[in-house]
Ligand binder design. Structure first.
Ligand code: THG
Length: 266
């Protein structure tokens, strides 16, 4: 599993305060903590409290602060093409970037794929288009197909493409997780080499009780369905243990008595 740490996000109070105070230290400490817990990449999101006019500059600051402590891939989490371009360029100066994200409208796909090609970046394609979040597996897969076609058109290898079925809170629509699992299975069949499939796991349990348990069980179910990347909190140890154990039981990693410890020392 390719774990993208979700914690550098202005949605969290500690990061939002660090942004307001222009204090790099908490951002850098959060980057290092997530990486030593096993994160393969870090999601960077300025959150919703930063005024629109300042978002580009704050994203740049997040990239620079994080790049001082790691060369691991940075997932630039913004819907703005302009902010994406600046941040992907800055992140790519030392290491690689992941475009998080594009939606499935033809003009967006073309513009974001062009950027992915230019910087040899990964790119996450959401199951959203001009009609909004696709509700059925069929509609999500249709957008996935268009995303793969746009990647091929732009010369982006499908190995750099991550399809995201969109995770909605369980307390909004109880049928959504089952639809996601079906979508994940079908996404994996869309191309050869297959695209990666990613989810924003924590969205599932927003506003629910038993958040940890809901996240853990669904992550395992999604891995069985073919999920190979996840944006989540790598500091959640029970979640990490569930993920590592699922991969062991699917024969994707090698057993030893200390397999949990071995993962964290990788
Ligand atoms: N897909 C893609 N990118 C994404 C998402 C996705 N990026 C953003 C988001 N979804 C993934 N990141 C988070 C980060 C935090 C939370 C959920 C998803 C979260 N935050 C707490 C809450 O809202 O309850 C904040 C609580 C606190 O302040 O501690 O749950 O789906 N491609």
């Amino acid at each position: 599993m390719f774990v993208i740490g979700e914690r550098i996000n202005g949605m969290f109070t500690d990061i939002s305060q660090a942004i307001a105070a222009k204090d790099k230290k908490p951002v850098q400490a959060m980057a290092e903590k997530q990486l030593s817990a096993g994160a393969d990449a870090l999601d960077l999101n300025v959150g919703t409290k930063v005024p629109k006019a300042e978002r580009a500059q704050v994203m740049q600051w997040l990239v620079e602060a994080t790049r001082e402590v790691t060369a691991k891939p940075l997932a630039i989490d913004t819907p703005s093409l302009e902010i994406m371009r600046l941040a992907v360029a800055a992140a790519s100066a030392k290491g690689s970037a992941i475009i998080n994200s594009t939606t499935g409208q033809q003009d967006k796909l073309e513009a974001f794929m062009k950027l992915a090609k230019e910087f040899n970046a990964g790119i996450i394609g959401l199951a959203i288009d001009e009609k909004g979040v696709a509700a059925t597996a069929e509609a999500k897969v249709e957008i996935g197909m268009r995303t793969i076609a746009a990647a091929m058109e732009a010369g982006v290898s499908t190995e750099n493409v991550y399809l995201d079925p969109i995770t909605l809170p369980i307390n909004c629509n109880q049928a959504a997780p089952g639809i996601m699992l079906e979508t994940i299975r079908q996404f994996k069949l869309l191309s050869d080499p297959a695209p990666h499939v990613v989810i924003g796991l924590s969205n599932l349990s927003q506003g629910a009780s038993e958040r940890g348990l809901i996240n853990q069980i669904f992550l395992v179910m999604a891995i069985v369905a073919g999920l190979d990347a996840s944006i989540h909190d790598p500091l959640d140890e029970e979640l990490t243990d569930a993920m590592i154990t699922a991969e062991l039981l699917l024969n994707k990693t090698i057993y030893s008595d200390s397999y949990l410890k071995a993962y964290r020392q990788k």
